[in-house]
Design a protein around this ligand. Structure first.
Ligand code: ARG
Ligand code: ZN
Length: 871
């Protein structure tokens, strides 16, 4: 059943102190817990019984105040331990046996390759010991880890190392103490044979912090970028948010088997290797950016998440939305702000908008859930970040900073709600956020339609806004949103000033279903530049002509909107071609797009990363999201046609751009990254245009590349080249790549991804063969995501093959995965949940597979929730 936000009750009992002794043996582990507990004075619960969470625990003994309980004094019901009578103040002692080696869910205590580690968010701690596993129960933790000294020389937990020693049976122990109160989801423990990279940081108040990165010995050369990113994040959070680190030690551990990117456990972050290890020979430029962003994200959680945490899991976006916003500001400051914004909006418009219009749509603050693990979504993270960004836009940077200062000061050490965050913002700005809260409480992407008229006599330019939001599963009738719309008025001679100070951008606040804004003293008809910087997560429409879009592409002073105008131009043309394709009309490319591309390629003063982004056509995924009924085949053929025509018509320019941006010596700088992205895009267009030299250029680049960005980009080109001559080269390249990198799991992920994404016919067969490859591992989430995830999410033309084999393949794998790792299984199911978007034949096939998953006996709560909500 569902759990509802409205049913929230304060905890009946509190746990002031948590003392754990975790003994890891060859077969299993025992966990001894001593909990100092008392009745919560804030609760009106009068009963005598105590209910604790526990999952898959084998109870060995249980005592209250040192007295062992008899079987009659407690009972275990499913995931609950009920003790019939407890005093008001007491110590609860329990000993349980757990089996980390058999734990394939990667939640709780589990084994990854050679090390033991934990993942407790959201509700994994209950797989370690009986506890009040809820974020509003905060405790002082002391943890002793015991394990074999030879197998696990390194023993870690949260906080500071307090004491350690050896036992005479070959085991040793370490006791850690975390002085900060924390909920159980922030607990962590690691035991293994790990190598260490060390550095240090001096905080603004002069305290020295030891920074320790623990990795497997073979990865010791791949830690520099994460360490630099961590130090940059620490300085940035002091400068931009006034947040200083609070322990003497900050540790990061890299593990290979991990359900998500990383976890912000207090003082002991645990990272998926893919989000922390980086080296130019094994990691692409995008991979470097991701490491920087995730390291910063987890570090920023120390304040937005740990010092101030969530009252309950309905408040998940309180920490995630805010922290994503913080890490996006950080990445913008470290590199190009416009590039970062474009990347984020692309992701939002494809993944989050699709989620928001499908069966699993939910508000940023959900009102109910079945399984919280299913709510680590693009809506909670990315839309949540957009909502915080809108507050930042409405308040401006200074007031926003005062708001966050007050928020951190008021709630330090507390578990709070989204309302508490917004109240701090309301207090500093004296603004009313009542209507704004609809962003948190209503699901769905609002539509904002805009029209304009110009009156030359009155010198008035008017914008007419009309907003609406389609119904979503939890809410049919939507209240209007408070939408900050950043606008400029553009003319051939530049932006018009919009106020006495000469500002050319103004933030309009749209709050009504219909609203008109009039600009006075406008002497010539401008083209409006709407939603600059993507100031609100809405679907905007304005009846732009193609010429107006080309004009904005060249003249808008807002970099984001220059890019966006180009995208809208391409989208309009692609949508028209999709219609032509469906009607059997021969496809013809509008020359205006060729001209627009030529102009962008000729620019010399634009940032090259931005140039590359403007020259990248909208993805099939985005076009699918925008379509009424998704015609996979038409979208694929039209996009290919456009790539081919653009490649052909501008062949010489692409070649010149390719050569001009090729560097002899590898460099890792913003400018060099930008050059590589423009260079590799040009090479791809040469190939798309089937230029004669493109194959040999690709092949040479693949053979001679001294970095993973160039090597992988060439490999991707070869693998997707439809020409017969390309086949032997592509096979040779794949073999060589495998042979060169078979000892690097992260590189093999890329090898799987490249093949899973190959759009040539026969995709499913290739993936099925790869599932049998010795390097593939069904237990490793990165491998599952690289092969199954990439095929089903990104290889639309192959996955949606009319015969429905792709759907059957996915359902089979979800059923198998569900027995091992429910979180990963339910995540992989996503593509099938979108069945309503396809033609009737595919709808039927997809539903049939969903129904088959749902009928599976013993289905996890995770997969059950997604499958049942989607059917
Ligand atoms: N808090 C982590 C982060 O955003 C992610 C935890 C994800 N948990 C989960 N059950 N999927 O950094
Ligand atoms: Zn997070």
């Amino acid at each position: 059943g569902n759990i509802y936000l409205k049913d929230y009750e304060v905890p009946r009992f509190l746990i002031d102190k948590t003392e754990l002794r975790v003994e890891i043996g060859d077969k299993d582990a025992t966990v001894l817990a001593n909990l100092t507990m008392r009745r919560n004075p804030a609760s009106n619960y009068q009963g005598k019984s105590l209910s604790l969470h526990g999952v898959q625990l084998e109870l060995q003994q249980l005592a209250v105040d040192g007295r062992a309980l008899s079987k009659a004094e407690y009972e275990v019901n499913g995931e609950e331990l009920l003790i019939h009578r407890v005093p008001d103040n007491f110590t609860l002692t329990s000993e349980v046996l757990i089996r980390p080696r058999e734990n394939t869910s990667l939640e709780g205590l589990f084994k990854s390759r050679t090390m033991y580690c934990t993942q407790c968010e959201a509700q994994g701690f209950r797989k370690i010991t009986y506890y009040l596993d809820r974020p509003d129960v905060m405790s002082e933790f002391t943890t002793t880890v015991v394990a074999s000294k030879s197998e696990c020389p390194v023993l870690l937990s949260n906080g500071n190392l307090h004491d350690w020693g050896a036992l005479d049976d070959g085991r040793h122990w370490a006791t850690w103490h975390d002085p900060f109160l924390k909920p159980a989801y922030l607990f962590a423990l690691v035991a293994g044979d790990l190598s260490l990279v060390e550095d240090s940081f001096t905080t603004c108040s002069g305290r020295d912090v030891a920074l320790k990165l623990y990795v497997e010995e073979k990865d010791i050369e791949k830690c520099g970028h994460a360490m630099d990113s961590l130090k940059n994040a620490m300085v940035w959070d002091e400068e931009v948010y006034g947040r200083e680190y609070d322990l003497d030690l900050y540790m990061i551990v890299a593990v290979d088997d991990f359900n998500m990117g990383a976890m912000e456990n207090k003082g002991l972050n645990i990272f998926n290797t893919s989000c922390v290890l980086a080296h130019p020979s094994t990691t692409t430029d995008d991979g470097f950016k991701r490491v920087e962003a995730v390291v910063a994200h987890e570090y920023f959680h120390n304040w937005s998440g740990n010092r101030v945490t969530c009252r309950d899991w309905f408040q998940l976006s309180l920490k995630e939305g805010f922290t994503v916003f913080r890490d996006s500001q950080f990445s913008a400051d470290m590199g190009s702000a416009t590039v970062k914004r474009v990347e984020d909006v692309n992701m939002l418009r494809t993944v989050q908008f699709a989620e928001d219009s499908g069966p699993t749509a939910h508000p940023v603050q959900p009102a109910y859930y079945m399984e919280i693990s299913n709510f680590y979504t693009a809506t909670i993270y990315e839309k949540g970040s957009e909502v915080v960004r809108m507050i930042h836009t409405l308040l401006g940077p200074e007031l926003f900073r005062r708001g966050t200062d007050i928020y951190f000061e008021r709630h330090d050490g507390q578990a709070v709600t989204i309302e508490d965050f917004v109240a701090a913002m309301a207090d500093v700005s004296e603004r009313d956020f009542t209507q704004f809260m609809n962003w948190y409480r209503q699901a769905g992407t609002p539509r904002l339609s805009v029209t304009s008229d110009y009156d030359p006599q009155q010198q008035q330019f008017s914008l007419h806004f009309s907003q609406s939001c389609p119904p979503t599963p939890e809410c049919q009738e939507k209240q209007p949103y408070h939408i900050p719309v950043s606008v400029g008025l553009v003319t051939p001679s530049g932006d018009l000033p919009l106020d006495a100070k000469g500002n050319t951008t103004q933030v309009l606040e749209i709050t009504q279903p219909e609203q008109t804004v009039v600009f006075e003293g406008i002497t010539e008809a401008p083209v409006p530049s709407l939603l600059r910087g993507f100031s609100a997560p809405v679907k905007l429409s304005y009846p732009y002509t193609l010429d107006q879009l080309s004009f904005l592409m060249g003249h808008d002073s807002d970099g984001f909107n220059r890019w966006n105008a180009g995208q809208q131009l391409s989208i309009q043309l692609m949508q028209a071609l999709v219609t032509d394709y469906r009607e059997g009309t021969p496809l013809v490319l509008d020359q205006r797009l060729v001209e627009a591309f030529a102009k962008v390629l000729a620019e010399t003063d634009t940032d090259k990363a931005m140039q590359a982004l403007v020259l990248m056509l909208p993805s099939e995924y985005l076009l699918a999201e925008l379509a009424e009924v998704i015609d996979v085949e038409a979208i694929h053929q039209v996009r290919r046609f456009m790539c081919r025509e653009l490649g052909r018509e501008l062949r010489d320019t692409w070649r010149a751009t390719y050569l001009a941006n090729s560097e002899k010596v590898f460099e890792m700088s913003g400018a060099a990254v930008a050059k590589r992205s423009l260079k590799n895009l040009s090479l791809r267009y040469l190939l798309n245009g089937a230029s004669d030299d493109s194959l040999s250029l690709m092949h040479t680049q693949f053979m001679e590349a001294d970095n993973m960005t160039d090597r992988l980009s060439a490999l991707n080109g070869l693998v997707n080249d439809p020409r017969e001559e390309a086949r032997p080269l592509s096979e040779q390249a794949l073999d060589k790549f495998y042979n060169d990198w078979q000892h690097e799991p992260l590189v093999l992920n890329q090898w799987f991804q490249t093949q899973a994404a190959c759009v040539l016919p026969g995709g499913l067969e290739r993936v099925k063969v790869l599932m049998e490859h010795p390097a593939f591992d069904f237990h490793n989430p990165n491998k599952v995501r690289s092969l199954i995830g990439v095929f089903c999410n990104s290889n639309l033309i192959n996955f949606h093959d009319e015969a429905g084999e792709g759907y059957r393949f996915l359902a089979d794998n979800v059923i198998a995965l569900d027995k091992l790792n429910p979180q990963i299984a339910s995540r992989q199911l996503t593509p099938l949940t979108k069945w309503r978007r396809y033609d009737l034949t595919r709808q039927a096939l997809m539903r049939e597979e969903l129904a088959r998953v749902l009928a599976e006996p013993g289905l996890s709560r995770d997969t059950y929730e997604i499958a049942s909500k989607s059917l």
